[in-house]
Write a protein that binds this ligand. Structure first.
Ligand code: FUB
Ligand code: ZN
Length: 671
C-alpha cells in the first residue's frame, strides 16, 4: 500500500452529535428507511410501485419450482419486460416487473439499514432487514446465480448482456449490502449468498475463462471493499479482472452484442472498443483521460479504480484517477457539486457544458462523486478532494431528499420554472417537485446508504496522521500510534467556521491533521505548544495529546459571490452566492416569480439570518439586488439602460429548495 494512503475509521468508532447532520441521520433511521421499506413492499399509496419484494418472492417460487423439477414458464421474455406494471394488487404474482436492475433498490436499502444498526440498535429495522435477507436467500438459484430479472424472464439468457442488463451491477450492490450486514450483525447469511453468486460468476468469467465486465460499474469497488473486510484474495482477483478487461480489444460488449445479433440473423458489428465510451469501455482504464458517458457509472468506476490503485500500489491506475478527477471536477462539475450535464443518457457532456435548467445532475452521480472523492483522499490527503466531497454532500446529495424525508429528487437542476417543466418536452426530466418514489428508484436508497455511513467519510488515518476531512460534530474513538484516544469534535458549518477538538480521554503522541477548507478566507488556530505545518491543504498538528487538551480553529466563513469559468456559456454574466460549504438559491416563495428579472449586486453586503422551512431552522442570506419591471411592451424594443427597482432577496441553501410547494428557483443570478 502506498505510504500516504489512509483508511476510514470504522463506523462504530464515530458517534455523530452534530445538530444538522444528526437530524438528517435520525430522519433516515426513523422516517426514511421505514418509508422505503413500505415502498419496496409497494405499500406507499400514490407512489410508483417498486416491485422489489414482489420480484424476490416470485423468483423464490420459480427457484423452488425448478428445484422440484417443475419448469417455470416466464410471463414475459427478457427484453420485453413491463417496467411500470399494473396496480400491485392486480399484478401477476409470478411475473417480473420493473427495470432490469430493480433488485438493487432493496440491496441499497439493506446496506443503509446495516449502517444504522451499527450505530443505533433498532429491533424493528433489524426485523425488516432480516426479512429482506431471507427473501434474497430464497431467490438464489441452486448454482448460486441471483438476479430476479433473469430468473423470471429466462434464466438460460443469464450473462448474455453484461452491457445493459445489470446483473453484475446488482451483484455489486448485493456485495456492498452483504459487507455492511456482516459488519452490523456478524451474520454471514448474506455473505454466503454473495460467495455462492461470486463462485457462479467466476465459473464463467475470469483469467483463462470468458472475458467480461459490468456494463454498469460498482462491483469493482464492492469487491475491493469485501477484500479489505475479509482479507480474502478471491474478491480482489475478481475486481482486478473486471477492471483489466474493461476497454480492451476486442470489446467484450461488442462480442456479446454480436452473439445476440447472430441469433437474430443480423449482421455483425465492428468489435472495436471505441464505440463503448458511454459505458467507460472505450479504452483500457489506465489510459482514460476524460470523464465520459453515463455519469453514475463513471463515478463508480473511478471509485473502484482509486481503490485498486491504493490496494495494488498501481501507479498507472492512480494517474488515470487523477486525470479523470480533473476532467470531472475541474471541467464538468456544477457549482453545487453535481455531475452529469445532459439528460441524454444521464451523462457527462463536453467540458464546460453545464446548463442550469436542463441539467441532469443525478443524485446518484453526486453520491458517486462523494465515493470517488473519499477514495482519492485515501490515496493522498489533498484538501481539494475533501472540498469536493463536502460540496457534493451539502448540496446535491442533500437536495435529493425533502426536509421531511418522504420525497426525492432524481434530477437536480439549478434553475426551475415549473410551468416550463410541465409543458416543454425538453425539460420533461426535470421535476419541479420532489416525488414520492420513482419507477427507476436508484436515488432514494442511495442517499440513505450514504447519509447512514457519513462517519466513514469524516476521518481517515495512516501511519503518519489522523486526518479530519469533514467538520461534523461527533465523538471519535481513535488509536494514535497504538494508543487509544477519545476525541470530541465540535462544529456547525451551517452557522460558522469554528471547529474545536477536545481530547476526552486517553494519552498519545502523534499528528492530527485538520483540513483547511477551500471556502475559508483565512483561519486562526490555537494548537497549544504543538508543532504545526501545512501541506496539501491540511494543518498538521504534532505533539502529545491527553485528556482535556484542545485545538481550536476558526475558519473565516464570509459570504462568497462566485462566477463561472469564462468557458461555461451558461453562467456568463451571472453570479451565485455561497457561504461555507453551502451554495444558495433564490426561490419564488421568498422572492416572487420571474426570478430571471432579478439583478445581483455582488458588491453589496450580505447578511446571514436563520429561516425556518418545514420546521427546520436553516441559514439564509439577505442580499441587496435589483428587479427589472415586467411590462406589456413589444417583444423587441430599442435598448436603454435598465432601471431596476431596489429589492432585498432572501436566498436559501440549495439543498432546501422545493420544500414549500411548487415555484421557481434559480442558483445563478444575472448581473
Ligand atoms: O442503471 C441503474 C441506475 O439507474 C443508474 O445508476 C441510474 O443513472 C439510473 O439509470
Ligand atoms: Zn439515481
Amino acid at each position: 500500500m502506498p505510504k500516504l494512503s489512509s483508511v476510514p475509521l470504522p463506523l462504530s468508532a464515530v458517534r455523530i452529535t452534530d445538530a444538522f447532520w444528526e437530524r438528517e441521520s435520525d430522519l433516515i433511521r426513523r422516517v426514511v428507511l421505514p418509508y422505503q421499506w413500505d415502498a419496496l413492499n409497494d405499500r406507499v399509496p400514490g407512489a410508483a410501485p417498486s416491485w422489489w419484494m414482489h420480484n424476490m418472492r416470485a423468483a423464490a417460487r420459480a427457484v423452488a419450482a425448478r428445484k422440484a423439477g417443475k419448469p417455470y414458464v416466464p410471463r414475459h421474455k427478457a427484453d420485453s419486460i413491463v417496467v411500470e406494471g399494473p396496480e400491485p394488487a392486480r399484478a401477476d404474482q409470478d411475473a417480473f416487473y420493473g427495470w432490469v436492475f430493480q433488485d438493487s433498490d432493496g440491496y441499497k436499502w439493506l446496506e443503509a439499514v446495516s449502517y444504522q444498526l451499527i450505530q443505533h440498535p433498532d429491533p424493528e429495522l433489524r426485523r425488516h432487514a432480516q426479512e429482506a435477507v431471507d427473501a434474497i436467500r430464497a431467490a438464489q438459484e441452486e448454482d448460486g446465480y441471483l438476479d430476479t430479472y433473469y430468473t423470471l424472464t429466462g434464466i438460460e439468457r443469464a450473462f448474455t448482456n453484461l452491457k445493459d442488463h445489470h446483473e453484475l451491477y446488482c451483484f455489486g450492490h448485493l456485495t456492498e449490502a452483504a459487507a455492511a450486514w456482516y459488519e452490523a450483525t456478524g451474520q454471514e447469511d448474506l455473505l454466503d449468498v454473495v460467495r455462492r453468486f461470486a463462485a457462479c460468476i467466476s465459473r464463467r468469467f475470469g483469467p483463462g475463462r470468458e472475458r467480461g465486465c459490468p456494463g454498469h460499474e460498482i462491483a469493482e469497488m464492492a469487491l475491493l471493499r469485501l477484500y479489505e473486510a475479509t482479507g480474502e484474495e478471491q474478491w480482489r482477483e475478481l475486481a482486478d479482472f473486471f477492471l483489466d478487461v474493461r476497454g480492451t480489444e476486442p470489446s467484450t460488449f461488442a462480442l456479446e452484442e454480436n452473439r445476440r445479433r447472430k441469433q437474430q440473423g443480423l449482421p455483425e458489428l465492428p468489435v472495436s472498443a471505441e464505440r463503448y465510451a458511454y459505458y467507460q469501455a472505450q479504452v483500457p482504464v489506465r489510459e482514460m483521460t476524460e470523464a465520459v458517458g453515463h455519469a453514475v457509472r463513471q463515478m463508480y468506476l473511478c471509485s473502484g479504480m482509486a481503490d485498486a490503485a491504493r490496494l495494488n500500489g498501481d501507479q498507472a491506475m492512480r494517474e488515470a484517477c487523477l486525470r479523470l478527477w480533473r476532467s470531472a471536477v475541474r471541467e464538468k462539475m456544477y457549482v453545487t457539486g453535481g455531475v452529469g450535464g445532459t439528460h441524454v443518457g444521464e451523462a457527462f457532456s463536453r467540458p464546460y457544458d453545464l446548463p442550469a435548467d436542463t441539467a441532469y445532475s443525478e443524485t446518484c452521480a453526486a453520491v458517486g462523486l462523494v465515493f470517488f472523492a473519499r477514495r482519492m483522499l485515501q490515496l493522498e490527503p489533498v484538501s481539494e478532494y475533501a472540498d469536493v466531497m463536502e460540496l457534493a454532500l451539502y448540496n446535491t446529495v442533500l437536495a435529493g431528499i425533502a426536509l421531511d424525508g418522504k420525497r426525492f429528487f432524481y434530477v437536480n437542476p439549478l434553475e426551475v420554472d415549473p410551468a416550463a417543466c410541465e409543458t416543454d418536452e425538453r425539460l420533461s426530466h426535470v421535476k419541479p417537485e420532489r416525488q414520492k418514489w420513482f419507477s427507476c428508484a436508484c436515488c432514494p436508497p442511495n442517499i440513505a446508504r450514504l447519509l447512514s455511513s457519513l462517519g466513514a467519510y469524516m476521518v481517515t488515518q495512516n501511519a503518519d496522521a489522523l486526518f479530519i476531512h469533514l467538520y461534523i460534530s461527533s465523538e471519535l474513538d481513535v488509536c494514535l500510534n497504538g494508543f487509544p484516544l477519545k476525541l470530541r469534535l465540535e462544529a456547525d458549518l451551517t452557522r460558522d467556521g469554528r471547529v474545536t477538538l477536545t481530547v476526552l480521554s486517553g494519552k498519545a503522541e502523534g499528528t492530527l491533521a485538520f483540513r483547511i477548507p477551500g471556502w475559508a478566507d483565512g483561519f486562526t488556530a490555537d494548537t497549544g505548544d504543538r508543532g504545526t505545518r501545512q501541506e496539501g491543504g491540511y494543518l498538521y498538528v504534532t505533539g502529545s495529546w491527553a485528556e482535556g487538551d484542545r485545538v481550536t480553529l476558526d475558519f473565516s466563513m464570509p459570504v462568497r459571490v462566485l462566477a463561472g469559468h469564462p468557458l461555461i456559456r451558461e453562467t456568463a454574466g451571472q453570479v451565485c452566492y455561497a457561504r461555507g460549504p453551502l451554495v444558495y438559491c433564490a426561490e419564488e416563495a421568498d422572492n416572487g416569480p420571474d426570478l430571471h428579472l432579478l439583478r445581483a449586486c455582488p458588491k453589496a453586503e450580505a447578511a446571514v439570518e436563520r429561516l425556518e422551512i418545514d420546521g427546520v431552522s436553516l441559514p439564509a442570506l439577505r442580499v441587496a439586488a435589483g428587479r427589472l419591471p415586467r411590462d406589456e411592451g413589444p417583444l423587441y424594443r430599442p435598448w436603454k439602460e435598465a432601471e431596476p427597482e431596489d429589492v432585498r432577496l432572501t436566498l436559501i441553501p440549495y439543498f432546501a429548495w422545493a420544500n414549500r410547494g411548487r415555484g421557481e428557483m434559480r442558483v445563478w443570478l444575472r448581473l
